[in-house]
Design a binder for this molecule. Structure first.
Ligand code: NAP
Length: 259
């Protein structure tokens, strides 16, 4: 009997970490809903690259911060792909301008919280309801949720405090959803990337090149989007059946306290 292909919805998967995650999933036979907010061409390219691995994909334009659109987004993916088995809350933004904590604006704070925390929080709420409804209809259905947070969830950067606060909040979102959804058999995980080579970090490349060379991380290299993709595979494919609410550090050992 042919195995049913599962469907993953990876937010912000036109480029960067989200693209790396999507391609890793595609290589493992997952069908993909590729999401973008502004990078339409890149999203279409990512979707085609997924298809080159023999899977199906669709492109979904959606702003994760727009909570009013979440139900329609889930319906759109369901109607295009037939099912959804995995939500990877990856989309996120950095600060437009690094600014001292004592000068940073409420506008920047609100924007970061809206996109990085409020949006994924309520998208997850809607997706959880969808998963629970689908459990009644499908057999062998094992939906899962993954939040992509950051080492900034626990590392202070006073020049971008609102980013740190948004990621700390997202880390707690993992825990409360994991707690609530355990009774429904839906595991929820946090992947905490370290310094990953993407557009987001391209503006501070020289700074991080020097820090990494100087021993910032025990594993002396930039992380790559595929590093996060591999962690997603392990969680999405059920290799941690007795875990939920856990943090998976993918940071080259950044989190270790060293002496
Ligand atoms: P990136 O290269 O800047 O890519 C961000 C992605 O998120 C893009 O695909 C973008 O879509 C999408 N996005 C942004 N705002 C969105 C919105 N409102 N709705 C839907 N999609 C939106 O960033 P990245 O480095 O891949 O980061 C991905 C995630 O990992 C973020 O949550 C980030 O905070 C986190 N992270 C990154 C690092 C790192 O070192 N790079 C480290 C720790 C955590 P468009 O292209 O359409 O604009």
């Amino acid at each position: 009997m042919k195995k049913v292909a599962r469907v993953a919805f990876v937010t912000g998967s036109a480029r960067g970490i989200g693209k790396g995650v999507a391609l890793c999933l595609a290589k493992r036979g997952w069908n993909l809903a590729i999401n973008y907010v502004s990078s339409k061409d890149a999203a279409e390219t990512t979707a085609q690259e997924c298809q080159s691995h023999g899977v199906e994909s669709c492109v979904i334009r959606a702003d994760v911060g727009d909570t009013q659109s979440h139900e329609a987004v889930i319906e759109e993916i369901h109607s295009k792909m037939g099912r959804i088995d995995l939500l990877v809350n990856n989309a996120g933004i950095g600060v437009k301008q690094r600014m001292d904590l004592l000068d940073a604006s409420t506008e920047s704070f609100d924007q970061l919280i809206n996109t990085n925390l409020r949006g994924p929080y309520f998208l997850t709420q809607k997706m959880a309801r969808y998963f629970i409804a689908q459990q009644k209809k499908l057999s062998e259905y094992q939906p899962k949720i993954i939040f992509v947070t950051s080492i900034s969830a626990y590392t202070s950067s006073p020049m971008r405090g609102e980013y740190c606060v948004s990621k700390a909040g997202l880390s707690m979102a993992t825990k409360v959803f994991a707690d609530r959804l355990a009774e429904n058999g839906i595991p929820v995980y946090e992947i905490r990337p370290g310094v990953i080579q993407t557009d987001m970090t391209s503006v501070v490349k020289d700074k991080y090149d020097a820090l990494i060379a100087g021993g910032l991380t025990p594993i002396k290299r930039w992380g790559q989007p595929e590093d996060i993709g591999q962690a997603v595979i392990a969680l999405a494919e059920g290799l941690f059946p007795f875990s939920t609410g856990d943090v998976f550090n993918v940071d080259g050992g950044f989190h270790l306290h060293r002496l």
